[in-house]
Write a protein that binds this ligand. Sequence first.
Ligand SMILES: O=C1O[C@H](COP(=O)(O)O)[C@@H](O)[C@H](O)[C@H]1O
Length: 262
Amino acid sequence: MGKPPNLFAFQSASELAPSLRQYILEAQASALSRHGTFRVALSGGSLPKTLAQALLKETNGEGKVQWAKWEIFYADERAVPLDHADSNHKLVQEEILDKIPEGAGKPHVYPIDVKYLDDVQELADQYEKTLVSIFAQRDSVKLPMFDLLLLGCGPDGHTCSLFPGSPLLRESDAWVLQIPDSPKPPPKRITLSLPVVTHGIKIAFVATGGGKKDIMKQIFDTDEGRQLPCGLVNATGQERVSWFVDYPAIEGVSFPARRGSL
Ligand SMILES: O=C1O[C@H](COP(=O)(O)O)[C@@H](O)[C@H](O)[C@H]1O
């Protein structure tokens, strides 16, 4: 077992944003020096709003978001049209993509192919093919390696659309999985598999608000919580995993947090 995940805590979501920005810019610089693009997987839920605060506010002196070099994928997506209220892509589009300043460059975004909405397995397979076309030269890699995954943590400990107790958590081969019956609506979804998530170079969770404190305590302080999807990412991603949280989200958590800094 390597080092535990990093838990960075801040007074509020807006105080968290500059440190999250710095962390993302460091991941961006390292990816660009390795292969000239920055391959990022994004979650939906509450994450895009906090991410917008980190990415869209220019601060002095610590580098720029090089949007034109970003390749954005979805860590999970709901099987709905891209303009549907439940679509993670729509959320990211409205919170972030539509607000990128003119002249700052546009990322290459990979949404789901809505031709396959009626067949969720096919939707997952097609998204996996998209990943293969980007990450795997001639099928030569076992798993895609995202430069950064930016993830949420649900109040039940789910991340992406990997829910507690799901047999999908045991998947070891497929990169993208279908969920026909998600416990959280909407029921039909696709998600990156756990091995893909934990293979990422860097993995960052963002969890804010008092509504997350019970699950944070479980994930960080209990053996049962370490078996929840977020706990499993912590265990296998080890020191590559960082959490950006606000104080209300870790109220009562014993696991040591670094407060107010990266
Ligand atoms: O359903 C989902 O929920 C999780 C967690 O959302 P949050 O609102 O509690 O932050 C999210 O990360 C995932 O992308 C989404 O599909």
